[in-house]
Ligand binder design. Structure first.
Ligand code: GLP
Length: 242
């Protein structure tokens, strides 16, 4: 595991975007696993800028988002579909037919999970999986539990997770109770994982995830078993590392 700590957000953002653009420059058909939440926003802004400067093209890339809320129309401002339009897809030349996000409004969620896994299977291995980290150690929406699922599945969100995401909604009670998420098996199959964490409120979970015991009670700790993880931290998030 390669842990890099940055003193400035700008350097962190440039490093994160640089890794992604470097990959897509050398492999235009790269398969990217993408994340939502506050953490990747500024990295996406750097990608948009690199694309504007014609330093990178996403025309041949394929993308898979980690997760989506159940029961939110994709045009709802807080859906992850809208998030991706607002922060990346609306500004770069990625082909919409190759940008995949689970459909949280599917009439059969079970079938939707199977459809998503089939698409992932068809695309082959994810070349780079971008990840943020939840305060409870979740990755994607894989919440701490005594057992974790490998493939795409429906999860019940923990109250802590709903509270953390309430800032994206008008009212806290509007945060959906369930989501569809890629499983940890799919995440761990990626060739490379780029985990990005910012802020002192994540310092403790960063230490548990990266240096604590490997346990499904902290899903991000499973990343310790992966051969190629790059972690980008700001100095606050890295503050409790041994
Ligand atoms: N499902 C997302 C995750 O993919 C994200 O990494 C995490 C951290 O979010 P943030 O970056 O806003 O702190 O929680 C969200 O609920």
């Amino acid at each position: 595991m390669n842990i890099l700590t940055f003193r400035s957000q700008e350097e962190l953002n440039k490093a994160g975007a640089g890794i992604i653009t470097g990959l897509v420059q050398t492999n235009p058909r790269a398969v990217l696993g993408l994340a939502t939440g506050g953490t990747p926003v500024d990295i996406y802004e750097e990608l948009v800028e690199a694309h504007r400067q014609q330093l990178v093209s996403f025309a041949k890339a394929t993308t898979f988002n980690l997760d989506e809320y159940v029961g939110l129309d994709r045009n709802h401002p807080a859906s992850y579909y809208s998030f991706m339009q607002e922060h990346l897809f609306g500004y770069v030349n990625a082909a919409p037919e190759r940008c995949h996000i689970p459909d949280g409004m599917a009439s059969s969620l079970e079938e939707e999970c199977r459809r998503y896994d089939a698409l992932l299977e068809q695309a082959g291995q994810i070349d780079l999986q971008l990840l943020g980290l939840g305060h409870n150690g979740h990755i994607g929406f894989n919440e701490p539990d005594h057992a974790l699922r490998s493939g795409t599945h429906v999860v019940k969100l923990q109250e802590q997770t709903r509270e953390a995401n309430a800032r994206f909604f008008d009212k806290p009670e509007q945060v959906p109770t369930h989501a569809i998420t890629m499983g940890v098996g799919t995440i761990l199959k990626a060739k490379m994982i780029l985990l990005v964490v910012r802020g002192s409120d994540k310092a403790e979970i960063v230490a548990r995830a990266l240096q604590g015991p490997i346990t499904t009670e902290c899903p991000a700790s499973l990343l310790q078993t992966h051969p190629h993880v790059v972690v980008l931290l700001d100095s606050e998030a890295g503050g409790r590392l041994a």
